[in-house]
Design a protein around this ligand. Structure first.
Ligand SMILES: O=C(O)CCC(=O)C(=O)O
Ligand SMILES: [Fe+2]
Length: 327
């Protein structure tokens, strides 16, 4: 990836919890951690998390409601001062495909946030369908174009190849990297579109592209031919992964290159620190990650990732037992 010129600031919907609100959230996450059977992927625990999320501080619920209605020009929600106690964290995991099965306080925070925005989900073929996944650097995977890597991760819509890709991606920071500088790169089509000439936009609106599954998927087929932009041409949705989406012709290739340049020009780096959580609207925003240097000493960068859908009925045929895992 080439160097990124950072936009001066983002206009994300941002909320910093007061210490009283943080303590309230911490109490709920504590109750959830003590809820039987203490396993994130258990339906009874997810039910409890959904109900408890209705008791979150009212300012947080108002902010989430606004975000769900319209995620703004950046498609971003950022919540700061969440009750993550760094001193109480275990060592950052280092194994491949790491997921959070235990109902810890941070897992409860990530799950309650996701469940108040919408329906939490995961994919059977990705990280064994775990609802809360660990984003951590993995020894030997430094160069991988996945969240186990530590070289720059190219901008992408999450699971762009999938017919039921997430509507939102949540990233809760437990620990940032040692230098405190690793950044989640974010960019949105609402900002980038004005830099895309009309004739290029018209190419991107046509079905002239295919997208492969990412390396995190154990199985899956490339898409049928699809458009990169769809919906209202003046405010479209985007479906692209700049390592996995291939143009079918030269005009498509040129259009994709110009789109990438536009995204990079308006991108921002979101340097999440412990206790900060971002949601990215996966319909209008794309994300990636800067490079960083892992030490594999137990104190490396560690995020919890969750996915959200707004409408469970649309995927019912793909969710056995009306559960949260798409197969
Ligand atoms: O590490 C990050 O900040 C984002 C990685 C990523 O793209 C993901 O986990 O989906
Ligand atoms: Fe991603």
């Amino acid at each position: 990836m080439t160097d990124v010129t950072l936009a001066p600031t983002t206009s994300a919907l941002t909320l910093t919890l007061t210490d009283v609100e943080r303590a309230e959230f911490g109490r709920l996450a504590g109750l959830l951690a003590d809820t039987a059977p203490g396993l994130v992927d258990d339906p009874a625990w997810v039910d409890a998390a959904r109900l408890l999320s209705c008791q979150l501080p009212v300012r947080l619920r108002e902010t989430i409601r606004r975000y769900r209605h319209d995620s703004g020009v950046d498609g971003l929600l950022i919540v700061n001062n969440l009750p993550v106690d760094v001193a109480a964290l275990p060592a950052t995991p280092t194994v491949p495909e790491s997921v959070e099965r235990a109902a810890t306080v941070p897992a409860g925070i990530a799950a309650m946030m996701a469940l108040h925005i919408g329906e939490i989900l995961a994919y059977r073929e990705e990280k064994t369908g775990a609802l809360v996944q660990n984003v951590v650097p993995v020894p030997g995977r430094e160069e991988s174009q996945s969240n186990a890597g530590s070289t720059p991760l190219e901008l992408h819509v999450e699971n762009a190849f999938h017919p039921h890709r997430p509507d939102f991606v949540g990233l809760l920071c437990l620990r940032n990297d040692h230098s405190g500088t690793a950044g989640t790169l974010v960019s949105s089509i609402r900002r980038a579109l004005r830099l895309v000439p009309d004739q290029v936009r018209d190419v991107l609106l046509q079905p002239r592209f295919v997208t492969e599954p990412p390396p995190s998927f154990a199985a899956g087929d490339a898409t049928p031919v699809h458009a990169v932009l769809d919906g209202d041409p003046a405010d479209p949705n985007v479906r692209v992964d700049f390592t996995a989406t291939q143009p079918l012709d030269d005009e498509g290739k040129l259009a994709l290159d110009q789109l990438r340049d536009a995204f990079i020009e308006v991108a921002s780096s979101l340097v999440l620190q412990s206790g900060e959580m971002a949601f990215v609207d996966n319909r209008i925003a794309i994300h990636g990650r800067s490079a960083f240097t892992p030490r594999y000493d137990g104190h490396d960068r560690w995020l919890h990732r969750t996915f959200v859908h707004l409408d469970n009925r649309r995927t019912r045929a793909h969710r056995p037992n009306n559960g949260h895992v798409l197969s």
